[in-house]
Design a protein around this ligand. Sequence first.
Ligand code: ASP
Length: 421
Amino acid sequence: MKVFKFGGASVKDAAAIKNVGSILLRFEHEPVLVVVSAMGKTTNKLEECLTYLLAQDQLNYYHTVDSLRDFHIDIAGELFHDQHSKVFRFIDDIFEQLKNKFEKPLAEQRSFEYDQVVSLGEVLSSFIINEYVLELGLKSEWLDARRLIRTDNHYQEGNVNWEKSEALIIDRLKSSIQQTNTFITQGFIGHTAEGFTTTLGREGSDYSAAIFAFCTNASEVTIWKDVPGMLNADPKYFENTQLLSKISYREAIELAYFGASVIHPKTIKPLQNKEIPLFVKSFIEPEAPGTTIQSAGGNDHLIPSFIVKKNQVLITISSADFSFINEDALARIFEIFYTNRIKINLMQNSALNFSVLVDGDKVHLETLLAKLNPSFKCKYNEGVELVTIRHYNHATITQMTRGREILIEQRSRQTARFVIR
Ligand code: ASP
């Protein structure tokens, strides 16, 4: 079985979905499990709905829910000419449930409500796409990942129970594999033992593809993107980018971890564990070879890669009473970051200071500083950048840091990282 993943950009409108259909038609005679994201910016919009729901702002809640419903109905209207297609009913039901949520009591845990609301984008897109490819003549089946991927109760970032998920997925596929070639399911979502929906973390659909591949012992995974493959830099910010045509799992995981946004960092481990090759290909040019990620990577060092993370906040934490930042202090600091789900992009310590770099758009600075207070004193710089150069040399460092003030510099044998402004 092959596993494909189509992200939000590849299913952002009716034309994009038609393109997905044409790619799937090329594989109609072999088993393919397709993992899809929510359409376009739906997840962000659902996050907005949640904010209004929690704030009990009825006007804005209904308005945002309605506009999201119209977005899906319009796309379905372009794909299905039969007004009685069950897709329209499905879309309406979902949005009606969402609207009705306003009248119901909310759970105390925000992250629980997040998962119940924000997961719906993938449910909608996968259902619409499945109905569409059925119309194209594919023998396709819709799979509900909320019955297949089992996680713990860590809402918003569920931890996968691999054994249980494998058993559920194998069992579900067994009953259909004789008569079906194409399976369409959702990225990003799973369920708890009690049957509540969980999500796997933002951008988590790549990870879902890896989970399905691991559990089905897939022969390969392809992530279809709007770029030709994994590039050595983001073409939005760099000219003359180069395609990384073959890289190792290790290299891919490092690049993803440092912030290369092409694949989610959690995707690689399950694939590496079963030696399942990962292809990153263009959905605009499906014939092009793209990037292959697999075990051997003798040439990883040949092309330097550049990753820039903008809008970072550098927070310098020191103890309030001039004592060392020792293991005990670090443990307390990490506990605060962990429980507030704040990811650290880079850290550095000295006798009295511990500096961390976090994403400006993901941290609520005031809340974090209040939690660190009064045990620790904090200073911070907003709007700085993190530049990572993999396989650096003198020239590439000069190129990336010229004319900038370097606040932190770290180098290992393969990687140089700079916090600059
Ligand atoms: N729709 C989710 C998000 O935008 C998951 C994904 O697309 O990977 O984060």
